[in-house]
Design a protein around this ligand. Structure first.
Ligand code: ADP
Ligand code: MG
Length: 256
């Protein structure tokens, strides 16, 4: 298990940009599906090394933003900049090569295959054959997957599936890791371990954006938080500021 990081939440969010500059920039990004405007206009940046939490009601557009960052959905308008380079039209595999990786909200693994074979499929083109076993073991150990890797995914717990998918996402050694609802289906102990994992990965330098509804989890990891509502940035600040914001409580936190 990676060491727990118990650093307190930062009060001053501007420090990220003053020190490191942005890794990812979303500039006036919109997304429509047919006539439905889902992302009405997004502007935000993620600093190099930052751990950013993205929260908001169901349907606010969180997963759609992630899918635009990885290149699954083309934005309708606006620009996406990664490492000072525009990637708005770059294909998905080129973005992955550039260092962007995701754990999707909906599991993207083969249920009939074993945990180990899913890792093998995810890593086989990036890791030389003679290093594959060691690298799979290193990654599974890193995320705290301690179970039997010869079990088929359909027999794993929700928590084990999340950790397996995070391990697969780490296979490309990303500089930007997007985690869409990483604690879905987890009990309190698993959620706690996942919070420690996210903090440890970030402490190693992986810039991370996390979407999650579990506020206990968000409270444990949050440094800067952005609240999305109807496809736009509704509020931004530390968790203390967000929880004290009456408008955020009205549109989202009051419902949880
Ligand atoms: P969140 O992740 O914040 O819950 P999503 O990004 O999944 O929200 O969805 C935002 C809105 O976009 C929802 O109204 C959803 O129905 C719609 N949407 C997402 N993907 C598609 C799609 N491929 N086609 C049509 N509508 C979509
Ligand atoms: Mg979603």
């Amino acid at each position: 298990m990676p060491p727990a990081v118990t650093e307190p939440a930062h009060k001053d969010t501007s420090r990220y940009f003053a020190e490191t500059g942005p890794l990812l920039e979303m500039k006036d990004v919109t997304k429509s599906f047919g006539g439905l405007k889902v992302i009405t206009g997004i502007n935000f940046s993620v600093a190099k090394g930052e751990l950013l939490c993205l929260i908001g009601p169901n349907g606010a557009g969180k997963s759609t933003i992630f899918k635009m960052i990885i290149g699954e959905y083309p934005p309708t308008s606006g620009k996406i900049i990664f490492n000072n380079r525009e990637i708005t039209k770059l294909p998905m595999h080129r973005r992955a090569e550039a260092g962007i990786s995701i754990k999707m909200q909906i599991p993207c693994i083969f249920a009939e295959m074993t945990a180990y074979d899913n890792m093998r499929v995810a890593l086989q083109y990036r890791v030389p054959r003679d290093q594959l076993k060691d690298e799979i073991e290193r990654l599974l150990d890193k995320v705290g997957f301690t179970g039997d890797t010869s079990r088929e995914v359909k027999n794993l717990s929700h928590g084990e599936i999340q950790w397996l998918e995070i391990a697969m996402a780490l296979g490309s050694r990303p500089s930007l890791l997007l985690l869409d609802e990483p604690t879905a289906g987890m009990g309190p102990n698993e959620t706690e371990k996942t919070a420690e994992l996210v903090l440890a990965l970030n402490a190693e330098g992986v810039t991370t954006v996390v979407v999650e509804h579990d506020m206990a989890f968000i409270r444990q990891i949050a440094k800067r938080v952005i609240v999305l509502h109807y496809g736009t940035v509704f509020a931004e600040g530390t968790m203390e500021e967000i929880e004290a914001n009456e408008d955020v409580v009205r549109i989202y936190l009051g419902e949880l």
